[in-house]
Design a protein. Structure first.
Length: 425
């Protein structure tokens, strides 16, 4: 199964907590550029192999988006409901602090938020979890502060920072509908998940006039029972901690697994990895899937979907809204508006979707393999700013890897650090 540009990550930092004994990892998939980016998650049962795969997916997102940065990911094997979560995050982030200051642009991921991560960094004397961007982009502290402040600006029920990834996921869905020739106002969509990513996608799709007929959170599903779209605006206003409120007079509540049986044009898995397996892929009544969550569809399920002629937009495309929002925020010479950042995410995502589906059709390949070909063809420009036009006539470097194949079996990374981060990196 093709799934990455690299045969192994370039750097893995493994952390063992001295107080509670849990493990944590920072994985930098590639170091071809000055900057790497990816979120930090708190997840029980998290493994080094999972973090490595997530970091590899981040590199693919950067390549297909044309951003001159590399993929990374971090996380701890920890119960997010534990009262010790914040201190556990503090100790882990303290260990990887040198990377955050110099190379690693951290973001929120599963069971973390930007405010709580920034609060930890503030305790450690770091101005922002994205301070490495200022270094790589050659921004003054004032310029960096001015731009990152936009992430706190209100958008709908939340802020730009909270909705930026969801805006890209919604745009990928709209791109699929455009490709299929289905007007937004006539389209039906169901969404698995109601956390930050899923709720953001629901907000923008609802705003575009798409009919959302199914939702699911970690406890239940809510399915339209009369053909009418669900009241998304009300749910977004009243949702707490990613849970769909019991406030509707339309639709019916059921088991969370019932979301897979909702007939619709596009299904969006936006919760956890491996949520669509072979069984679901064989029975779903959908025309397309947009993978918001990383690694949402198993390899076996992808094969079945391709055999059933169900379009699949892989996570490296549908999930790159966060990365594209950083480009929209930091690439312009002027201070962009919130509307300009969101417009950049939508237009570029839809362009990538059209390019991907056209390539898939022309080469007669499943969309993921077509996307990987596009990633492999992307130029790498070491030593340049990650966002915006190239300031000089820089020649691209030779391809960083010659193989597109990556085994799912664990391999020893070329650089593996057991314990605290190495300050020299």
């Amino acid at each position: 199964m093709i799934e990455s540009l690299n045969t192994e990550p370039e750097l893995v930092v493994e952390y063992t907590d001295p107080m509670e004994g849990f493990k944590g990892w920072l994985v930098i998939d590639s170091m071809a550029h000055n900057l790497c980016a990816g979120g930090l998650r708190v997840q029980p049962g998290l493994t080094r192999e999972c973090v490595q795969r997530l970091a590899a997916t981040m590199t693919l997102k950067m390549r297909i988006a044309g951003i001159r940065a590399d993929g990374a990911k971090s996380g701890i094997d920890y119960d997010p409901s534990s009262p010790g979560k914040q201190e556990a995050l503090y100790r882990f982030i303290r260990a990887i602090k040198p990377f955050i200051k110099q190379r690693y642009s951290m973001g929120p991921d599963m069971n973390t938020t930007m405010p709580e991560l920034d609060a930890v960094c503030s305790r450690l004397g770091i101005t922002s979890i994205k301070t490495a961007v200022a270094r790589a982009q050659n921004l003054t502290p004032a310029q960096f502060k001015q731009r990152t402040a936009l992430l706190s600006r209100p958008v709908g029920h939340a802020t730009l920072g909270k909705l930026r990834a969801g805006s890209g996921l919604a745009a990928s869905c709209l791109g699929i509908l455009e490709y299929l020739g289905i007007p937004a106002g006539e389209a039906t969509v169901s969404i698995q998940g109601f956390g930050g990513l899923a709720a953001g996608a629901a907000y923008f799709l609802n705003k575009a006039g798409v009919n959302i007929v199914g939702l699911a959170d970690r406890e239940k599903s809510l399915i339209s029972s009369d053909g009418e779209p669900l009241d998304i605006s009300s749910f977004l206003s009243n949702s707490v901690d990613g849970i769909i409120p019991y406030t509707t007079s339309t639709g019916r509540y059921g088991r969370r697994e019932e979301i897979y049986s909702v007939p619709c044009d596009v299904f969006i898995p936006a919760a956890i990895e491996n949520s669509v397996g072979a069984q679901e892929a064989a029975t779903m009544q959908v025309r397309a899937i947009a993978c918001g969550a990383n690694l949402a569809v198993t390899p076996e399920a992808e094969k079945i979907l391709h055999q059933r002629h169900i379009l699949l937009i892989p996570d490296m495309v549908a999930g790159c809204g966060g990365s594209l929002s950083m480009e929209g925020l930091f690439a312009p010479d002027h201070l962009p508006s919130v509307e300009e950042v969101l417009a950049h995410v939508e237009s570029k995502t839809r362009h990538i979707v059209q390019k991907l589906l056209t390539r898939s059709q022309e080469d007669k390949l499943p969309p993921r393999e077509a996307a990987l070909r596009l990633c492999a063809e992307a130029s790498v420009y070491p030593g340049t700013r990650p966002y915006g036009s190239l300031t000089t006539n820089v020649e691209p470097a030779a391809p960083e890897k010659k193989t597109l194949w990556k085994s799912r079996s664990p391999r020893l990374p070329s650089r593996y650090i057991n314990g605290h981060a190495c300050p020299s990196v």
